[in-house]
Design a protein around this ligand. Structure first.
Ligand SMILES: Nc1ncnc2c1ncn2[C@@H]1O[C@H](COP(=O)(O)OP(=O)(O)OP(=O)(O)O)[C@@H](O)[C@H]1O
Ligand SMILES: [Mg+2]
Length: 296
């Protein structure tokens, strides 16, 4: 059963191959969309679709209301997260055929009273964390349940380093998943929504010390100093350039809005930015938000 495969993999350790993901060395999965399931929330107006590998994917379309580069950002940042051992859902390039996008069909973007059909083609898919019928997936947890998430601190501290590196201009978003029938079991966390890394469609890095913080501050209680951001900090600092290039190799050119050379330039700048990471974290610590009260 595909659901079992997904659930099993969600128990993988934080530092190993990422839960729900192909292992970092593997190529990107390419799948065919079979049916529309439902609309998801979110400004890019993604859709849940069942695909021919029997998994369900949250699909962001090339002609989404945000920017086509959101798809490239999702794939690149997701791959980087995998490389450093953070839990992200598996991703895929999802082919949507014209038979699924008729003018009056459900795959349409809504702008007030106006609607625009989704275009067929190759789109970004984030594999649903679990099975729609068997998993409970939530965007937020109250503090009492948040404290019981497995590996809470490493996941959020690793995500913070990733977000500083990639200049994620959106808030940190995480989904929490558990088996629907096991009330009382702990939740697994997955990092999602990397569409605004690299500053959305701009592909630049307008750093700000108050960006990338998760609104529930208890996730940062364990921070005592820069060492609290290990092993992620050192892993990023020591990533060889070839591994970064491998993360963009399979991104379709159509997601780049103007040529792959800009994508390669983005990777070069990311490589250079590794050296600024420690300072970016210190700037956040000294910011008016004082996010790390236990830093000594
Ligand atoms: N892999 C996944 N598994 C389960 N649910 C997911 C997954 N990816 C996204 N979702 C759900 O879909 C919603 C929309 O996804 P996402 O936040 O990536 O879209 P968005 O359009 O970028 O949103 P925003 O309005 O924050 O820009 C999320 O809030 C989450 O509930
Ligand atoms: Mg979002």
């Amino acid at each position: 059963m595909p659901g079992e495969r997904t659930f099993e993999s969600s128990r993988a350790p934080v530092t190993g191959a990422s839960p729900g993901c192909e292992s970092p060395g593997e190529g990107t999965r390419r799948v065919l969309a079979i049916e529309f399931v439902r609309r998801m929330r979110g400004a890019s107006q993604p859709f849940l679709m069942r695909c021919d590998d029997d998994f369900f994917y949250v699909v962001k379309f090339q002609n989404n209301p945000q920017h086509v580069r959101v798809l490239a950002n999702e794939m690149l940042a997701g791959r980087l997260a995998q490389r450093v051992g953070l839990p992200v859902p598996g991703c895929a390039i999802v082919e949507v055929g014209p038979e699924l996008t008729p003018a009056n069909g459900p795959l349409r973007f809504e702008f007030g009273t106006r609607t625009v059909p989704c275009e067929p083609g190759l789109h970004f898919g984030s594999r649903l964390a679990g099975l729609p019928s068997r998993s409970l997936i939530v965007d937020f947890l109250p503090d009492r349940l948040l404290r019981r998430v497995a590996n809470l601190a490493p996941i959020f501290l690793g995500a913070f380093v990733l977000d500083k590196w990639t200049c994620n201009c959106d808030g940190r978003q995480v989904i929490f998943q558990r088996d629907a029938d096991s009330e009382g079991s702990s939740y697994s966390a997955f990092l999602i929504d990397h569409g605004f890394c690299f500053n959305d469609g701009e592909w630049n890095f307008p750093d700000s010390p108050i960006r990338s913080l998760y609104p529930r501050r208890l996730v940062y209680e364990s921070v005592r100093g820069l060492r609290s951001f290990e092993p992620y900090l050192s892993r990023i600092e020591n990533l060889p350039p070839g591994e970064l290039e491998a993360c963009v190799r399979e991104i379709p050119s159509a997601w780049c809005n103007g040529g792959r050379d800009q994508l390669l330039r983005l990777v070069e700048r990311l490589y250079e930015r590794r050296r600024r990471l420690r300072q970016l974290i210190i700037d956040a610590k000294n910011s008016s938000l004082r996010p790390f009260p236990n830093w000594t």
